[in-house]
Design a protein around this ligand. Structure first.
Ligand code: KG4
Ligand code: ZN
Length: 335
């Protein structure tokens, strides 16, 4: 039985999971968000130290809950990049040490590939090739996923990522870090037509995104209104609608440029309700299929790392070389 432990420590979430041939056996997640909120953003050194504190206990709990012993593991998969160097080093050091002790290989998982594949945890029927919209705190990419380990980036952001735009706009209207999710919740109570915000990059041909102008427009609009609770909700709704409209327009362009009628969405912003419902509507209209990971597997988690590790292990058995390596910058096209 192939049994893989997955370890995620690329940013501010410590995630661990075990995946085997019978599927996901269990997963555990510890979010550092509260610790970082005091500083208005992720403090890399604090993130690394907290991963050190939490990781071994999470793995112990996971083993106990799943009744799977460390000795049962076939390999240890860890996020090797991209991410914060120090945070990645914690997961890499732990995983390589454990794999050495168990005399099993390690599998270096690409964090973005794991987000792309997360949807298959529940939809293993999805076949390559497919189009992927990756929308996270650090990335906004349209990816043509040709096969496991082979990805072509066909659209990228020129500046801020979508999640980053959500978080920064949230901060502007007074929602503390990490505000993206709360901004989205507030948007449900607002009028999305109240403030006319720009739909970036729609007039230009191509599949690039840009969100820094929209963020500035949110800032200016906020400064020029009365900043009441209703203004806040209306601005949140107007911002969210501008972002979602942009994604819809890009997807409707992109889906016709690649040989597939399947779209998968991944990354933290894939949890956004409006994005999900508008993409379902578009898919219905344009006759393609769209899949989302379950909500808890949109944001960072160990399950997607264990699953990616499992697929790569089946493909090439993992690396016997347990040298601790991380790549804080690692374009998905170079996988
Ligand atoms: O994938 P993720 O956990 O971390 C990265 O790899 O970046 O994504 C986190 C991002 C944050 O920017 C957060 O604000 C955003 O996802 N996010 C959301 C929602 N839930 C999380 N953005 C919009 N709507 C949501 N419901
Ligand atoms: Zn992520």
């Amino acid at each position: 039985m192939i049994t893989i432990l997955g370890v995620e420590t690329s940013c501010d979430e410590t995630g661990v999971a075990i995946y085997n041939e019978q599927g996901l056996q269990g997963h555990k997640l510890y979010s550092q968000a509260q610790m970082h909120s005091e500083y208005g953003g992720v403090v890399p050194e604090l993130a690394s130290r907290d991963h050190v504190r939490k990781l071994p206990a999470l793995v112990a709990d996971l083993c106990q809950e799943t009744s799977i012993r460390l000795a049962d593991l076939s390999a240890v998969a860890y996020t090797s990049g991209p991410g914060l160097a120090g945070a990645l080093m914690v997961g890499a050091g732990y995983s390589c040490g454990l794999a050495t002790a168990l005399q099993v290989p390690v599998i270096k998982v690409h964090h973005l590939e794991a987000h792309v594949l997360a949807v298959m945890l529940e939809h293993p029927e999805i076949q390559f090739p497919f189009l992927s919209l990756l929308v996270s705190g650090g990335h906004t990419q349209l990816i043509y996923a040709k096969e496991l380990g082979c990805y072509e980036i066909i659209g990228d952001t020129l500046d801020d990522a979508i999640g980053e735009a959500f978080d920064k706009s949230a901060k502007v209207i007074g929602i503390p870090y990490p505000g993206g999710k709360q901004l989205a919740a507030l948007a449900e109570q607002g009028d999305k037509n109240r403030f006319p915000l720009p739909r970036p990059m729609l007039r230009k041909a191509g599949l690039e995104f840009s969100f820094s102008g929209l963020k500035t427009a949110v800032h200016q609009t906020w400064l020029s209104c009365n900043q009441t609770a209703q203004d806040k909700a209306d601005l949140a709704a107007s911002f969210q609608a501008a972002v979602v409209d942009t994604c819809i327009a890009k997807i409707s362009r992109a889906i016709n440029t690649v040989e597939t009628d399947v779209l998968v969405v991944g990354g933290g912003v894939a949890a956004n309700h409006m994005l999900r419902s508008e993409l379902y509507t578009l898919a219905n209209k344009m006759q393609f299929q769209v899949y989302f990971p379950r909500l808890e597997f949109c944001t960072d988690n160990g399950a997607m790392i264990a699953y990616s590790g499992f697929l790569h292990y089946k493909k090439d058995n993992g690396e016997p070389n347990q040298e601790v390596t991380v790549r804080p910058r690692w374009p998905l096209g170079e996988l």
